[in-house]
Write a protein that binds this ligand. Structure first.
Ligand code: XMP
Length: 506
């Protein structure tokens, strides 16, 4: 078992970020609702209290009993966490005159304090709170201040407990990683959580858990399901059967190319060509949610049928990752993403679930994949929606439209790779619009389809910015698509950000 840091979640939007920073420092951590501290867990080395959307003075604020945590473990309160420590020790927290938001600098710091080792005076920190500590309890000692916030950071005498009213986890706090690293040092963490150590312990656990049982897994071509498959394959080899369904809505040659990659990785894959079934069921359907439902259900039907041809399957493998789990545990009632890969399958098939990546963040999944020797193009692949081109062909879907879109998309994505832009973009693709417009080609009047190009930058798909692609690049893509793809005479570029637009058009 790995030693760990517990991050008690009081509902802040940056709680996940604290987790990622700690993991980047090669230390395993878990994000737990503020009132669910795992008192029986012997591997806990320290505790971080997160920020919160509430003020400690709100009647419905999240309040945890910290008496059995303080003095037993080193504790670091961040923002609300720091204010709550002060408030629950008879200090005073009040609404700040002006909401303290944005950049500030450490005008004073106590360089002898172990939490602030290596951080210079003047270092930039990021503030984001409406409240501030106005009266510190007697045994709280200020160790850093900013221009406006006297109790920028404090240490509680007689215990290893600290509070910082700024956010060390965000990028704009220049020495935030140093501060978190100092805290891990205080906790005595060995910092040995690496992709290699994760693989070693997970493979051992999977062997123990699964023994000689058989497992099936749906592959999508995406990073999460692919890494899940390779990890399970390492643990149980031929007892893993993967099913890869071609619903006819993948990118050009994607199915064949990814299938080759999977075989190269030694996976035991059943490939199913179900294009006709999907095209048949989708004929004439225009409503986006209806299309999603048909594709989702069709996928489950095909998977179920294939699975029934196999004998003695006990487990269903899934590529669930940590953000999915945190969302489903969320204390603030965030709805779980409705986009879940193969929702509904475990219930229908009466199988037990095995989800070896359930505690990893996306960037960790990629690092594990690389450590497992997977090809960079499989690991760095952009996200691609389960319903595929089905939600990038606006309106009804036909085999002919799929072909037009595949050709246009292929030109776009190939050029993006050629121009070295692919890795800078979170996600990109072409969309076939349900309108025709007039054009001229040679002496002929044309009346053809319009292709929209989409490219966004993002860190988590919750918000996204349209990518400022070079004009020369857009010009080349537009020219090539119009010259080479029969049936297209116009190309436009989508310059909407999310929110209020979404990444996909449907
Ligand atoms: P939106 O369009 O909501 O997309 O901004 C956010 C992310 O989710 C992907 N997406 C889907 N993924 N099934 C999926 O598996 C879906 O129905 C679906 N719709 C959107 C989208 O590609 C982006 O990465």
């Amino acid at each position: 078992m790995h030693e760990k840091i517990i991050i008690l979640d009081f509902g802040s939007q940056t709680t996940q970020l604290i987790g990622r920073r700690v993991r980047e420092l090669n230390t395993y951590c878990e994000i737990i609702p503020y009132n669910k501290f795992p008192f029986d867990d012997k591997t806990v080395k320290g505790v971080i209290l997160s920020g919160s959307p509430y003020s400690v003075n709100d009647t419905n604020a999240f309040k945890a009993d910290l008496t059995s945590i303080r003095k037993k473990y080193p504790v670091l309160g961040i923002c609300y966490g720091a204010q709550y420590l002060a408030y629950s020790s008879n200090g005073k927290v009040e609404s700040a005159d002006s909401r303290e938001y944005g950049r500030a600098h450490l005008t004073y710091l106590n360089g002898d304090d172990p939490l602030l080792q290596g951080i210079p005076t003047g270092s930039q920190v990021w503030m984001s709170h409406g409240d501030t500590i106005t009266v510190l309890p007697d045994n709280f000692r200020i160790i850093a201040s900013t221009e406006d916030v006297k109790a920028g950071a404090y240490k509680i005498e007689g215990e290893e407990t600290w509070g910082v009213q700024f956010h060390p986890e965000v990028y704009h706090t220049k020495d935030g990683t140093q501060l978190l690293d100092n805290f891990l040092k205080i906790c005595g963490c060995a910092k040995d959580w690496t992709p290699a150590s994760f693989i070693e312990s997970t493979v051992a656990e999977l062997k123990e858990q699964l023994k000689d049982d058989k497992v099936i897994l749906a592959l999508s071509g995406g990073v999460d399901s692919s890494v899940t498959a390779v990890l399970l394959n390492k643990a149980i080899g031929k007892n893993l059967t993967c099913i890869f369904v071609d619903h006819g809505l993948l990118r050009k040659n994607e199915f064949e190319n990814v299938l080759k990659d999977y075989e190269h990785l030694g996976l035991n894959v059943i490939d199913v060509n179900a294009k006709d079934k999907f095209y048949r069921e989708l004929a004439g359907v225009t409503d986006p949610e209806a299309k999603r439902k048909i594709i989702g259900k069709g996928f489950i039907d095909v998977f179920d049928e294939e699975a029934h041809k196999l004998k003695d399957i006990k487990w269903l493998g899934q590529g669930t990752i940590y953000p999915d789990i945190i969302e489903s545990l969320s204390i603030t009632g965030t709805v779980i993403k409705s986009h879940h890969n193969v929702g509904g399958l475990p219930e229908k098939m009466n199988l037990k679930l095995v989800e070896p990546l359930r505690l990893l963040f996306k960037d960790e999944v990629r690092r594990v994949g690389t450590e497992l020797g997977m090809m960079p193009h499989l690991i760095k692949r952009h996200p691609f929606p389960g319903p595929g081109l089905g939600i990038r062909i606006l309106g009804d879907i036909t085999a002919e439209k799929v072909q037009i879109l595949q050709e246009a998309d292929d030109i776009y994505m190939s050029l993006m790779r050629e121009w070295g832009l692919y890795d800078e973009i979170w996600q990109a693709g072409a969309i076939l619009l349900p309108i025709r417009s007039v054009g001229v080609m040679g002496d002929e009047r044309t009346y053809e389809n319009t292709i929209a190009l989409r490219a966004v930058t993002s860190t988590d798909a919750m918000t996204a910015d349209w990518a400022h692609l070079p004009y020369d690049f857009l010009a080349k893509v537009s020219n090539d698509i119009i010259n080479k793809v029969k049936g297209v005479n116009r190309v436009v570029y989508d310059i909407s950000s999310k929110p209020p637009a979404t990444i996909e058009w449907e």
